[in-house]
Design a protein around this ligand. Structure first.
Ligand code: ADP
Length: 477
């Protein structure tokens, strides 16, 4: 199969969250399947790509018509591991510091930035001589599916639309439709209208040959009003073409045995190096090492979704249990300020870094004793899987992919790989944390729990196989 994966962010080139990890690792896994499949990646050429040290080669320049305008698309080519990547360049749209917006809000021309991207992707697919499957990820690439349909290419090129988060839908004022070549007949309840707005995500859900999301649990949840973000009805109408495939963890990148960012490497047979990593992590935050005190780590976008308000609400009690709390994250100004203040107030026990820092994220995975993910909803979640690999015990809320991957530890029979709570309340979070901190004092039990996690295998092999199966289903049904 000739597969083209389209994504607005791909690790290691540009990343804001889990979507980049998936868009980077899945093509490599597909290309590892041997000669049977070739997966090529297409993404925007952000300033960040160069900043991250990549200098792809300019291979083509095109004029892309959009509304009453024409824009230059510079097509760059690069490779990573076993995978070809095409970057769509246009300085007006992508030579900015961030991918989608600033802490103050989204860039106001995101409709143009990603409509242009989608049109340029269709043109690159032509340049590549077509494709069997175009796999589009999130609203930023949904219009690829729409433009393929307008050009009546949908019979020759099959499409999969993967939703990584229902809450980000790409909603715009309908008056902008003409500027991105969306004809007026596509603005109705049965087409791209969503409560008076123009919805990019609807284009993906309506017109893709199949729709998927990133865990079986979330695939069920989004059919309900609570998690469907207003699109649950539409998703129910596509039930026979809706799939849930769990993301994999990239163990070439997230593996304490070979991790180049951590103080000392270790593996499942010998966790000694983890103590060095804990010391190193505490030092990075100016905190004094105390072996008895567990480090509670967290790396996250600072957004409502992640349940971080539950932590903020109970921070004093958490610290009274005799813990350190370390957070790396960035997001809305409200949370950036709140957690910076908490760090000042509780210096000596709390370390907070506001920003995006991949190397520090690795240090937190390696040096923490527990990793907190009290998410209100979580389509898949990757950090809980990474944590397991580092002998770091995840404490999660039972939702979406977190519920699918983490089993609550039962000290009676030593089964389970983490701690899990159900109700999205500060009380439920705190009582579970209390349980975890108590178990931490029992070194034997704790090691048994860590070992259960270390045995888990969430590598991409299985998930990539599931994608291949789905692509075949789409092509041959
Ligand atoms: P989401 O995609 O909702 O942000 P995931 O758990 O699926 O959440 O993926 C988050 C990914 O982004 C992980 O690889 C995590 O380490 C990384 N990440 C999130 N915030 C930061 C940050 N501030 N600095 C470095 N890495 C981050």
């Amino acid at each position: 199969m000739k597969i083209v994966l389209v994504s607005p962010e791909v690790a290691p080139f540009a990343k804001t969250g889990g979507l980049a990890d998936v868009s980077g690792a899945l093509p490599v896994a597909l290309n590892n399947f041997g000669k049977a499949h070739k997966c090529t990646v297409i993404m925007p050429y952000y300033k960040l790509v160069q900043k991250n040290g990549f200098k792809p080669k300019l291979v083509r320049t095109e004029r892309i018509p959009l509304g009453n305008n024409q824009f230059n698309a510079e097509i760059f080519f690069g490779r990573y591991e076993n995978t070809d990547v095409y970057f769509i360049g246009n300085d007006q749209f992508y030579a900015r510091d961030q991918l989608y917006g600033t802490p103050g809000g989204d860039y106001p021309d995101n409709h143009l930035r990603f409509a242009f991207f989608a049109k340029a992707v269709v043109s690159v697919i032509d340049y590549l001589g077509g494709a069997d499957i175009v796999h589009c990820n999130d609203w930023q690439s949904a219009l690829v599916i729409f433009y393929l349909k307008l050009l009546e290419k949908e019979h020759r090129i099959k499409t999969l639309f993967t939703i990584h988060n229902m809450a980000y839908q790409g909603l715009f004022d309908p008056s902008l439709a003409q500027s991105i070549d969306i004809p007026p007949e596509y603005f109705s309840m049965d087409t791209l209208e969503f409560y008076g707005k123009l919805s990019f995500m609807k284009a993906g859900i309506l017109y893709a040959d199949a729709v998927s999301t990133v865990s079986k649990g979330y695939a069920k949840e989004i059919l309900t009003p609570e998690f469907g973000c207003g699109l649950d009805g539409l998703l129910r109408s596509r039930l026979s073409s809706l799939y849930g495939i769990l993301n994999g963890a990239d163990y070439n990148e997230w593996n304490p045995k070979i991790d180049k960012y951590i103080a000392k490497n270790f593996d499942e047979h010998n966790l000694d190096g983890k103590t060095e990593c804990k010391k190193d992590l505490l030092k990075a935050f100016g905190l004094k090492y105390d072996a008895k005190k567990p480090v509670l780590g967290l790396v996250t976008r600072l957004a409502e979704q992640k349940g971080i308000d539950l932590i903020a609400e109970r921070i004093e009690q958490m610290l009274d249990l005799g813990t350190y709390f370390i957070l790396l994250g960035t997001g809305s100004e409200k949370y950036n300020n709140l957690f910076s203040e908490l760090a000042k107030k509780h210096h000596g026990s709390v370390g907070v870094r506001i920003g995006f820092d991949n190397s520090l994220a690795h240090k937190i995975e390696a040096g923490s004793d527990m990793f907190l993910m009290p998410s209100r909803y979580e389509p898949c979640g990757l950090n809980q899987m990474y944590s397991l690999k580092y002998g770091t015990v995840p404490l999660v809320r039972a939702t979406g992919g977190l519920d699918d991957t983490i089993e609550d530890f039962n000290p009676a029979n030593n089964k389970g790989n983490g701690f899990k709570f159900v109700e999205a309340s500060a009380e439920a979070f705190y009582t579970t944390l209390e349980r975890a901190v108590n178990l931490y004092k029992d070194k034997k039990k704790w090691l048994a729990l860590q070992k259960n996690g270390l045995k888990c295998d969430f590598s991409w092999n299985k998930s990539a196989g599931d994608y291949v199966e789905l692509f075949e289903k789409i092509l041959f049904r």
